[in-house]
Design a protein around this ligand. Structure first.
Ligand SMILES: *Cc1c(COP(=O)(O)O)cnc(C)c1O
Length: 392
C-alpha cells in the first residue's frame, strides 16, 4: 500500500522498469525465465525474491505490475490476476472450500456465478443457501457457525439492487465466515469494499478496467495471507493465470479508469434524472436516484449511482425490442463498462437460462432493458434514448 491517492496509484503503482528504463510498461511475452546457474534455479524453487519469476502460470513481470497496481488502487494487501472474471470467482471460492462447508449467497447474481454455486460446488459436498441480499434478517438466519464463506454482488445485475455490505460483513464475521464480494458494478473507482469489511474482492477486468472491450481478465484481491497462502497454490496448479498481453492492456486501462468511470457515472445520473417519469417507462432503476430502494446505502457505501442503469418499458418485450432496434448510438450486446454505450435485454439473453419463476423473483421482466453508459456526449445519448422511446 502506498502514500498516494487512488488516482495517482492508477497511473504509477506497480511499475517495474527493465535495464532500458522504458517509460511505458513493457509486455514480457515470455512463458519462462532463465537461470544463470543450476544453484540459482534451485534457490528460486525454494523461495522467490521480489523480482524473480519461474513460470508464467505462477507469475510474470507484466502480470505482477497489473496485480500491484490494482491492489494499490483497491487498498488491498495483495492481488492475483486471472484469465477472466469467472476464473477469479471460481478460484476465490474453490481455493478455500472443502466438502462439508456451507456458503451463503445473495440470489441476485450473474448467471455464471450462480452456476458455480448451484451446480459445481454442491457436486463436491459444499452446501449453498441463497438469500434476498437486501434483507439483513435473511442473512442473519442463513449464516451459521458452519458457514465458511459469504458471496455477493455489491450491486446486482441487472436490477441494480445494492447490498448493505457493511452490515453483511458484520453478520458474517460474527460467525467466522469470510466475505467474498463480486464488485464489478461498484468498480474499483467507487469501491470501499475492504474498508467496509470485505475479506476478498473480485473483479471481472473485462469490464471497466479494460473499459474498451478488448480483453478478458479478472483479479482477486485480499490479504497477503489469503492471496499467497490460500489462493496462489490453487492458481499455480490449476492454470487460470492472466496472459501477459492481457495484463498489459489492463495496466494501460487502469491509467484512465478513474477519468472514464467518473465521466460515465455523471452521464448515467443525467440520463436517469431525465428518463425518470417518462410516459413509456414503468420503472427507471438507478442507485443515484432518490427513488431507488437502497439509495441511502448506495450513497453511504459506494458514493455514486454508478455507470449502469436499467429501465422497464411499459409495453413489455415487444416495446423493448422495438426500442433496442431503433437506437442508433447504443449497441446491442451483453458486455458492460465499455467506452461505447451498450444495451442488453436480460430476459432473452444474459438471463434466458432462468425459469419464468426465477425471472419474476429477480425482477427480470420482459420490458427490462439494461444500459451500460459509455463516454459519448450525454445530450446525444439522451436524444437517442428519447427518440427510440417515442416509437415504442
Ligand atoms: C462479467 C461479469 C462476470 C464475469 O466476468 P468475465 O470476465 O466475463 O468472465 C462476473 N461477475 C459480474 C458481476 C460480471 O458483470
Amino acid at each position: 500500500m502506498t502514500k498516494w491517492s487512488k488516482r495517482t496509484n492508477q497511473v504509477h503503482a506497480g511499475t517495474r522498469r527493465s535495464q532500458y528504463g522504458e517509460v511505458s510498461e513493457s509486455i514480457f511475452l515470455t512463458q519462462g525465465f532463465v537461470y544463470d546457474t543450476a544453484e540459482q534455479a534451485e534457490a528460486r524453487f525454494v523461495e522467490l525474491g521480489e523480482d524473480e519469476f519461474i513460470y508464467a502460470r505462477y507469475g510474470n513481470p507484466t502480470v505482477r505490475m497489473f496485480e500491484e497496481r490494482i491492489a494499490a488502487v483497491e487498498g488491498a494487501e495483495d492481488a492475483f490476476a486471472t484469465a477472466s472474471g469467472m476464473a477469479a470467482v471460481n478460484a476465490a471460492l474453490v481455493s478455500m472450500l472443502k466438502a462439508g462447508d456451507h456458503v451463503v449467497a445473495s440470489r441476485a447474481l450473474f448467471g455464471s456465478c450462480l452456476y458455480i454455486l448451484e451446480n459445481i460446488l454442491v457436486r463436491y459436498g459444499v452446501s449453498v443457501s441463497f438469500v434476498d441480499g437486501t434483507d439483513l434478517d435473511q442473512w442473519k438466519s442463513a449464516i451459521t457457525d458452519q458457514t465458511k464463506a459469504v458471496f455477493l454482488e455489491s450491486v446486482s445485475n441487472p436490477t441494480l439492487e445494492v447490498i448493505d455490505l457493511k452490515s453483511v460483513c458484520e453478520i458474517a464475521h460474527a460467525a467466522g465466515a469470510l466475505v467474498i464480494v463480486d464488485n464489478v458494478f461498484a468498480t474499483p473507482t467507487f469501491s470501499n469494499a475492504i474498508e467496509l469489511g470485505a475479506d476478498v474482492v473480485v473483479y471481472s477486468a473485462t469490464k471497466h478496467i479494460d473499459g474498451q472491450g478488448r480483453c478478458l481478465g479478472g483479479v482477486i484481491l485480499g490479504s497477503e495471507d489469503y492471496i499467497r497462502g490460500t489462493l496462489e497454490p490453487y492458481m499455480k496448479h490449476t492454470g487460470g493465470a492472466m496472459s501477459p498481453f492481457n495484463a498489459w492492456v489492463m495496466l494501460k486501462g487502469i491509467e484512465t479508469l478513474d477519468l472514464r468511470v467518473h465521466a460515465q457515472n455523471e452521464t448515467a445520473q443525467k440520463l436517469a434524472n431525465a428518463l425518470e417519469g417518462h410516459e413509456k417507462l414503468s420503472r427507471v432503476i438507478y442507485p443515484g436516484l432518490a427513488s431507488h430502494p437502497q439509495h441511502d446505502i448506495a450513497m453511504a457505501q459506494i458514493g455514486a449511482g454508478g455507470t449502469m442503469l436499467s429501465i422497464e418499458l411499459a409495453g413489455g418485450q415487444e416495446a423493448a425490442f422495438k426500442f433496442l432496434n431503433t437506437l442508433e448510438l447504443f449497441t446491442i450486446t451483453n458486455n458492460l463498462g465499455d467506452a461505447k454505450s451498450l444495451v442488453t435485454h436480460p430476459a432473452t439473453t444474459t438471463h434466458q437460462r432462468l425459469s419464468d419463476e426465477q425471472k419474476v423473483t429477480l425482477g427480470i421482466s420482459p420490458g427490462l432493458v439494461r444500459i451500460s453508459v459509455g463516454l459519448e456526449d450525454s445530450a446525444d445519448l439522451l436524444a437517442d434514448l428519447t427518440n427510440a422511446l417515442a416509437v415504442t
